[in-house]
Design a protein around this ligand. Sequence first.
Ligand SMILES: Cc1ncc(COP(=O)(O)O)c(C=O)c1O
Length: 416
Amino acid sequence: MKFLSSLNMHQLKHIRSYSSATQNFRAILQTQLDDIKAAGTFKTERVITSAQKSQINVDGIPKKVINFCANNYLGLSANEDIKNYSKEMVDKYGHGLSSVRFICGTQNIHKELEAKISQFHQREDAILYAACFDANAGIFEVILTPEDAVFSDELNHASIIDGLRLCKAQKQRYSHRNMHDLEEKLKASDARVKLIVTDGVFSMDGNIAPLPEIVNLAKKYNAITFVDDCHATGFFGKTGRGTEEYYDMMGSVDIINSTLGKALGGAMGGYTCGPKEVIQLLRQKSRPYLFSNSLSPAIVGVGIKVLDMLLAPNDLIGNLQKNTRRFRDGMTKAGFTISGEDHPISPVMLGDAKLAQDISNELLNYGIYVIGFSFPVVPKGKARIRVQISAAHTEEEIDQAINAFVEVGRKFNVIK
Ligand SMILES: Cc1ncc(COP(=O)(O)O)c(C=O)c1O
């Protein structure tokens, strides 16, 4: 099947001819594209022709492949109950709101979801955004001024980095998970408000922020804490409450940002939850909230449904933990090095960029869909295949992946 992503030059000629300024501009951009290609970092997109499930159809590949690279941690992206509920919500509340929240874009379900998020995270209040990228982009400039200081882990997500660029607070970047560096920086600061900012789980390594130490340092130096828990909410910790719960320290972080676009249904949507003054001020001043459309009813309704599922006894988290252990143990026994701890993000460390690329391509021939990551997405010499486990995988699918890794790993002399 062919996919038309843009008009070809012949079609464009009938639309308009380009001025010399436009041609010059296009040439400038083309140079950048050529540079990216020359650096070997040009990204192409594989086209999936089925729903997002553990087994998917990929354009150009004759047989279904097992998907090990979605953030579909709980397997809800195409779950039957979720799909049916989503349809019910469209029937009842429509497809979209055609409005930002404060004009005519707030339905009862938006308020209900915000209350449910607060209940789930045990926080005073919550505010929805179109994505967690927006929640991260929209928070820091609202809550911090030049009198304040922010201390951010150097490997925090791009959206945190962008959000911090927009804010006028004093900025300090501490080495990744390095508590000595963080303490030195906190000690040297006499800012009015000190905010420590970290991802709960870092997505490239599947490693976890040292939250107990961060919270202790916050107490010692009179700071407050912010955690982006996108790769933890809904599935990490005993009942899926995220990084705080993993460390058995619920309620100890001041502000949590997270997403509906991964475990919680996988469509899109993000939020901030925390003290009511923070949420109230965001509703007044946060630009991605004020000036961007309200979340669609299907997404909002599904958000409520998923949180209800998680607030009741369920098998989802247990299945995910079982699958994660099965993959990590099987791969480690086979001689592979898996980065991170206890987390469904299970990066198979290979070192060399070409090796990671070649092995992931070869695995596709075995029906295993995984992606190799190399510089600049991860440090030079630390190329890897990032495997992500889902509650939707069966034990057979996990074993199939391990067996394929073993065969391909031997072929490429990675294991004996
Ligand atoms: C740590 C982290 N923060 C924020 C985001 C952005 O989330 P969203 O997809 O809801 O914009 C992501 C998504 O990749 C993420 O991994």
